[in-house]
Unconditional design. Structure first.
Length: 317
């Protein structure tokens, strides 16, 4: 068989990427349930090891909705972590990763509306709701706990699209962007059909992840260069579940509506990384690239030290 093309839809749900080889891989880290409470303002709680836990619990963003948030450390800029998936969970970020960052400055992670411990919205999430929630949350954290901007925004998977939306909305509050294995947001149907794929096929893929792709279109429609903001795009160079069977001469991957093909998984990962870097460079010539030997789902566990080095480098500017 000259070119095996088997659709991996799960990766598309997680990161806007579809791998056409093998069967579906695992979803991201599962959030644990349980109650938590915010630390009293002005009296951060020291953890058994590492920086102080400043906030740990729900914070109201509207009269009838709360977001679950956790913050460690002190100082500014504050690092805001945005996890993957439309309804992300703060538990996607390992505590050790957050605590290491908090040795340098304040770091916060939260569950978006509908995620673990956070009140859902009626209907589908939108770019506006997510961005408004994020900045309302940051304002509440500043008022109640002294967590201050500007903000270094770090987004993993779909969270990379969210940090771009946040920076486009408030560039004056953004100290930097680090997108972790994130396809640049696009108008999916426009790009997919322009690439020559049949419209029914594009529509099927769009409908399978309609919420995320609708949000990405809204971000793309508002896109413009961000020349004064340091940006790093990180690519995971080990593709989840990529393999070639005997007799197969190529593998293919869908990246933001476009199918890329290469002779093997290593070449395909390189091709994807080049496209992602080229796309993120739309934001300005200051955009930098880092390629790490890690999988998408294992990015923080496998390449955490390299990512922390990048984050601390931006903080030193």
């Amino acid at each position: 068989m000259a070119n095996s093309v088997l659709a991996l839809r799960l990766a598309s749900l997680i990161a806007g990427i579809g791998l056409f080889v093998g069967c579906a891989g695992p979803a991201g880290p599962a959030g644990s349930s349980g109650s938590s409470s915010a630390v009293e303002s002005g009296s951060p709680s020291a953890t058994a090891k590492g920086p102080a836990l400043v906030v740990d619990g729900p914070v109201a963003v509207t009269p009838d909705r709360e977001l679950l948030v956790k913050c460690y450390g002190t100082g500014a800029p504050t690092i805001l972590l945005e996890a993957g998936g439309t309804t992300s969970n703060l538990t996607n970020w390992p505590a050790t990763f957050m605590q290491t960052l908090a040795e340098t400055t304040t770091v916060c992670a939260y569950s978006r509306a509908g995620g673990e411990g956070s009140t859902p919205v009626a209907g589908l999430l939108s770019r506006k709701v997510i961005v408004d929630d994020a900045f309302t949350l940051l304002d509440r954290l500043h008022q109640q706990y002294g967590v201050s901007g500007p903000y270094l925004l770090v987004g993993w998977s779909f969270g990379g699209s969210i940090i771009l939306a946040e920076a486009l909305e408030h560039p004056e509050l953004t100290a930097g962007l680090i997108a972790l294995d994130t396809n640049f947001p696009v108008d999916y149907m426009k790009v997919c059909t322009a690439s020559g794929r049949p419209k029914p096929e594009c529509q099927e893929w769009y409908d399978e992840d309609k919420e995320a792709k609708s949000i990405e279109k809204d971000i793309a429609d508002r896109g413009h260069p961000l020349p004064n903001i340091p940006i790093t795009e990180v690519s995971a160079m080990q593709l989840d579940d990529c393999s070639t069977a005997p007799g197969e001469k190529s593998v293919s991957y869908e990246v933001a509506g476009v199918i890329l093909t290469a002779p093997d998984c290593e070449a395909l990962a390189t091709k994807i990384a080049k496209k992602n870097f080229r796309d993120w460079r739309q934001l300005g010539p200051q955009v930098k690239e880092l390629r790490v030997q890690a999988t998408h789902d294992g990015l923080i566990d496998q390449a955490g030290p390299e990512i922390i080095t990048i984050i601390k480098g931006i903080l030193r500017r």
